[in-house]
Design a binder for this molecule. Structure first.
Ligand code: E4P
Length: 220
């Protein structure tokens, strides 16, 4: 299972990418807007940091299909490790098909149903990104969808990877792990929370206290 960071923040990407735990980054217009920097420069910097660790998903921001197609090509030229995010909307199906034929890796974003996932798998999207938290927001069990998409991709032997997105809690990460996601893209705050367990800290303290009682100066 791969872990991506769901952020456009350079400081956090620099901090966590070299640990060997991070396999990619997902950005979106909200993340880039939050950073406030020139988005082209920001994306290129993220791609440089991630060069030896994994790919970087960057979303199109144009609306009209032909312009989206051209923008996708322009974004893809910024770096060799870019994956283009295109919203899973019917007006972009043809664009996705053409981009896949052009050899551009597509992350199909804003996916909310099994049916949409099937369509994106058939179009050859490299990643299918169901938004768990946003489904929970409207009272639908987002985690259940991960299990359904997993079964569908395996049953029909599609090559698309399942990328669980819009994860808002450590429990979401726990759930998508058990439902067999290929990738979880995780906000930095949730990623940092995943590392903590009070019993680990307590255990280290106790071992340390007990070890001091032995009074040895050199070991081994
Ligand atoms: C990642 O690809 C998505 O854009 C992101 O996870 C969306 O998260 P949100 O629903 O919390 O905005």
């Amino acid at each position: 299972m791969k872990l991506f960071l769901d952020t456009a923040n350079l400081q956090f990407i620099k901090k966590w990418a070299p640990t060997g735990l991070i396999d990619g980054v997902t950005t979106n217009p909200t993340h880039l807007s939050k950073e406030g920097a020139d988005p082209t420069k920001q994306v290129m910097e993220i791609c440089t940091i991630m060069k030896s660790y994994g790919d970087v998903s960057v979303e199109v921001t144009e609306q009209e299909p032909e312009t989206v197609y051209k923008q996708a090509h322009a974004i893809a030229k910024l770096a060799s490790n870019i994956v283009i995010k295109v919203p899973c909307s019917k007006e972009y199906y043809e664009v996705i098909k053409r981009l896949v034929a052009d050899g551009i890796k597509i992350n199909s974003t804003l996916v909310f149903s099994l049916e949409q996932s099937l369509l994106m798998a058939k179009l050859g999207a490299a990643y299918i990104s169901p938004f768990i938290g946003r489904l929970d927001d409207i009272g639908v069990d987002g985690l259940h969808l991960i299990g359904e998409i997993r079964s569908m991709l395996d049953l029909y032997e599609f090559e698309s990877k399942l990328l669980a997105a819009s994860l808002r809690t450590v429990s979401h990460v726990h759930g998508v792990m058990l439902f067999g996601t290929d990738i979880a893209t995780i906000p930095v705050a949730i990623f940092e929370k995943m590392m903590e367990h009070p019993l680990t800290e307590k255990g280290i303290e106790k071992f340390n206290v007990d070890w001091q009682k032995l009074g040895v100066k050199k070991f081994p």
